[in-house]
Structure formats: C-alpha cells, structure tokens
Design a protein around this ligand. Structure first.
Ligand SMILES: *Cc1c(COP(=O)(O)O)cnc(C)c1O
Length: 375
C-alpha cells in the first residue's frame, strides 16, 4: 500500500530562524575555522542554559565524551560503569582511552542506569560512572551521585539526548564533575555535527580547552606537554548553535507537547507501554518512545515495517551494548536492557511534527493491533 500522504520522519532539524544569517556572517567575514565570536557566544549561552560555570565546545558528542575521560586521566587498567542501553558512543569513548566499560542494567522506572547497579558492579579499578539520560528522560542523579560519592567515582553525565531536561528541578548537565552533549542533526538542537562539555570546575575547563587543541602550552606555541587532540568546533558550527539556542526553550516545549498528545492518543492501547515519567523528572522527550509488551498483537519488526508502508518512519531502540560484537565477550545477561532493546520503538518526534501526523500515527498503531488485521 503506497499513499500520497506526507512521509513522516522520525526527526528533522528546524533551521528557519537566524541560522542562515549567522552562517553567512561567518563566510562573509572569513571566520570559518575554529576561532571566532560564535564559539565564545555559543559556549556562554550553553553554560547559562545548563546553569554551569563553564562550557567547552567540541567537534561532536563522541569527542566530548572522550575528552571528558582523558581530562580526568582515565586510561588502561581503569573501569567505567556505563548503561548497556545507550548509543554505542558512550562505551566506545571509554574504550578509546584504554579503559574498560562495565555495563549496567536499566531501572524499569526510568529506562536509565539503575543506581543499585553501581554498588553491584563497582571494583577497586572503577574510576567513573557515565549516566545517560536516555531519549530525554533524566537518570536518577541524586541516587547516582550518592553511590558515586561512596566509592569515590567521578560522575560524567552523557546528556546527548536530554538538553534542558530537569531532575528535581535542576537541569541535566550540571550534576557531574564534567558532562557532555551532542548537536548531531537529529538531536534537540543541532550544529550539523558538534558537541559540548559543561563543568563548574575552572581548572578542569582549562584542561579541556588545552586537550581539545593538541595539548599546546598556552604560553609556548607548538610546545606540547602531552598527547592531545584536535576536537575543536568550527565557528560555522557555532553560528548554527547560537541560532538554535535562541529557540531551544521553544523546541523543548514543542517536544513536551508532542509527548503529551501521544500519551493521550495511545492511552489504553493494549500492549503499548508509554515512556517513563518519574515524579521528580521533567523529561524533554528527544524521542517519544514506546515499548510493545508481550501482549501486543504483532511483533516489533512487523509493526515498524507496517508503519513504513504507511509513510511513517520509526526506529528500534538501541541494541544493548553488552550484546554487540566488540563488547559481548563473557557478558552476563542484563534482562531489563534486553527486554527494552528488543521491544522499544522511537516514534516520529520532530519539532515540526503536526497534530494530524500524530493522529495518523496513532490510528496506524491501533489498526495494526486490531484483531481484524491479525491473521
Ligand atoms: C548522539 C549521542 C552521542 C554521540 O554524539 P555524536 O555527536 O553523534 O558523536 C553520545 N551519546 C549518546 C547517548 C547519544 O545519543
């Protein structure tokens, strides 16, 4: 069945504010590389947004994670606890340093790292824990900070999917010693590719800037005291970032409105589990996500294929990383992550999504689940 209906993407960037104006300004002025006014402006706006003292812009969210770990001098022989149900970058960044990621299961109430997993997995080699705010719902930061403090672990929030989400009224990206964000094309705001680190620690922020720029001595050009990186953001990217920051509050409100509408439209559909909303949390619903329970009439792959035939895009949840080839060896089962990974679907969540699109999506899901469709 093909249709002349609009194709509904899972996400698409919205770039119709001052993005073009600011990028043109970079091109006209010649400030296209990694120096320029938009970088400092973007860092300032982003730290204000998160409520942190400092923000350091980098080339993407993966390099942000790697830089955070490198700045904390985490390396071979160290262990870092990460959730298994996250985008692969969280674990890969740990591997880049030579340290070992240790995979934690999810809390069924938030889909994020279960705080008690830290107690279970900690060892004398554990140096840090990286909570991820999956699909825009914050992890239980007070419980994670308490466990980390008990074992003297650094906390690095991977907030790539949760710009602006709040935990107990406080914005994510302000809890850890250093925290990371992504501005990839499908994230809450985008710079094409891009990333940011936030911290309240001045010395650490200076170390991040220094490692971002090949660890070049600030007062001796081309004198390098350790092996650093080129993880700089360009002024062109930052120009997009500044324009997107002018609209971030609006984007978040729209994502939350989209989620509220989905909650209403899908309520009572047998076998559909709606996304978590912990009482202490203010999620931003980067991706509105549902879990098709054992009671749902049709399997996940069939549901996604059927949606696609009706012009509706969707995504499966991430594979739990402990099941993927580079990380699976010797791994014990993590049942909550495995169940969510096998049954979760991200529904279209772009800020440009319209009410009639959502009605179409909900109607399609109801139709797929209806007994008449089952053979
Ligand atoms: C997107 C994402 C990243 C990586 O960001 P990139 O900018 O694509 O490198 C890291 N962690 C999580 C949880 C993400 O969703």
């Amino acid at each position: 069945m093909t249709s002349d209906l609009r194709f509904i993407p899972v996400s698409e960037p919205l770039l119709d504010g001052r993005e073009l104006e600011y990028v043109s300004d970079c091109v006209r002025s010649g400030w296209v590389s990694s120096l320029g006014k938009y970088i400092t402006e973007f860092e300032l706006r982003f730290s204000n947004f998160c409520g942190t003292q400092h923000a350091v812009a980098v080339s993407n969210g993966t390099t942000a994670l790697h830089l955070a770990l490198a700045a904390l001098r985490i390396g071979p022989g160290d262990e870092v606890i990460v959730p298994s149900l996250t985008f692969i970058a969280t674990a890969n960044a740990v591997r880049y340093t030579g340290a070992t990621p240790i995979f934690a299961d999810c809390d069924p109430l938030t889909w994020n790292i279960a705080p008690e997993e830290i107690e279970r997995l900690v060892s004398p080699r554990t140096r840090a824990v990286i909570p991820v705010h999956l699909y825009g719902h914050p992890a239980d930061m007070p419980a994670i900070l308490a466990a980390a403090q008990k074992y003297d672990l650094a906390v690095i929030e991977d907030a790539a999917e949760a710009h602006g989400a709040r935990c107990g009224g406080r914005r994510v990206g302000s809890f850890g010693v250093v925290n990371t964000f992504s501005f990839y094309g499908n994230k809450i705001i985008t710079t094409g590719e891009g990333g940011m680190l936030t911290t309240d620690d001045l010395v650490l922020s200076e170390r991040l800037r220094y490692l971002r720029d090949h660890a070049m001595s600030p007062d001796r050009r081309y004198y390098h005291t350790e092996v650093g990186f080129n993880y700089r953001m360009t002024n062109l990217q930052a120009a997009l970032g500044v324009a997107q920051m002018e609209r971030i509050e609006e984007f978040i409100r729209r994502k939350q409105a989209i989620a509220a509408r989905y909650d209403e439209l899908l309520a009572g559909l047998p076998g559909v589990e709606l996304p978590p909303r912990a009482v202490w949390a203010e999620p931003v619903f980067w991706m509105y996500s549902i879990v098709l329970s054992e009671k749902f009439a049709v399997g996940r792959e069939e549901v996604m294929a059927s949606l696609r035939r009706q012009g509706i895009d969707s995504r499966p949840f991430f594979y739990p990383i402990h099941t993927l080839p580079p990380y699976a060896q010797g791994q014990a089962s993590l049942p909550v992550a495995e169940r969510l990974g096998a049954r979760g679907i991200n529904l279209p969540s772009a800020v440009s999504l319209r009410e009639e699109d959502q009605q179409r999506i909900a109607a399609a899901l109801r139709h797929i689940a209806s007994p008449a469709v089952r053979k």
